[in-house]
Design a protein around this ligand. Sequence first.
Ligand code: NDP
Length: 310
Amino acid sequence: MNKHKIAIIGSGPAGYSAAIYTSRAEIETTIYAGKEPGGQLTKTTEIENYPGGLGLTGPELMVKMGEQASKFGAITKWEEVEKISSQFSVLSSQGEEKYDGIIIATGASPRLMGVGEEKYYGKGFSTCAVCDAAFYKGKTVYVVGGGDAAIEDTMALTKFASQVTLLVRRDELRASKAMQKKVLDNPEVKIMWETELVGIKGDERVEKLELRIKNQELREVKAEGLFFAIGHIPATKWLEGSGVELDKKGYIKNGVVGGVSWAKGYPTMTAIPGVVAAGDCVDYRYRQAVTAAGMGVMAALDMEKWLESK
Ligand code: NDP
């Protein structure tokens, strides 16, 4: 059959879930896996919050998703996309290909600080408390940030950790007033104002944090967990000038997030009809593997319907 041919850009949960649906619908599907195949889950260890994923590690889950997409005929190109056009051409390091539709699922990366944190991923350091809080039962943990996500992460951790301290670089929080209320007078949460994280110590796992308080005093504290909630960077820079509209933080606007339904009946459609988008490159709010996968499926179904209408 293969009446139609589409490109999926990105190989995280959103991209692979979309690919499973489009390839099973007998749409010829090419996945551009990008420079971090598997996306953010490849940086985690155990998975406890992906339905059916218990007992798997993040990398194992992503390999399974990729295999499932391949089983139904999706082709994976281990290439990074440089550009797309409104005529559905995809330019990668290996050349240019034309498609009938494009699904963008390039994800986002948590903002990091460059204080040696990457070495401790899954060993006391995490960028997703909603995912990992349950691993910190009875432990002393620190959260860096001051926005809504930092408050949400802090609250998620209070259910498990014995002590949660929020490290805020300024003397005020950026979070909304309603969110601030949850931590400001909460005896379970300690806040250290005007405090910067400058270093991490520990042989195998996070053991100590080096803090600079009010720009001068250096202090070392014992820590068993460290969470960053200092924002995310959507992987969308390559879309600038393509016609796909981005919000001021670089997230893709589609009908689901962004408040505008560009094409009636196609919630995941971007500003270019025939280009849909899903997952963390669109969604700054939920950012879970399972929500990304769900949105990937929505994008695949929207794409199928749009192609049928042509
Ligand atoms: P934000 O950009 O809103 O906040 C980032 C926070 O991290 C700021 O307080 C910032 O400090 C701090 N920060 C940034 N870089 C550093 C650094 N190097 N060292 C220390 N601190 C740093 O990001 P969020 O992820 O919190 O939120 C993103 C979006 O998602 C927002 O629109 C938010 O409202 C929304 N959201 C809503 C939720 C809800 O309503 N329940 C839950 C989660 C997110 P500073 O203030 O000094 O710049």
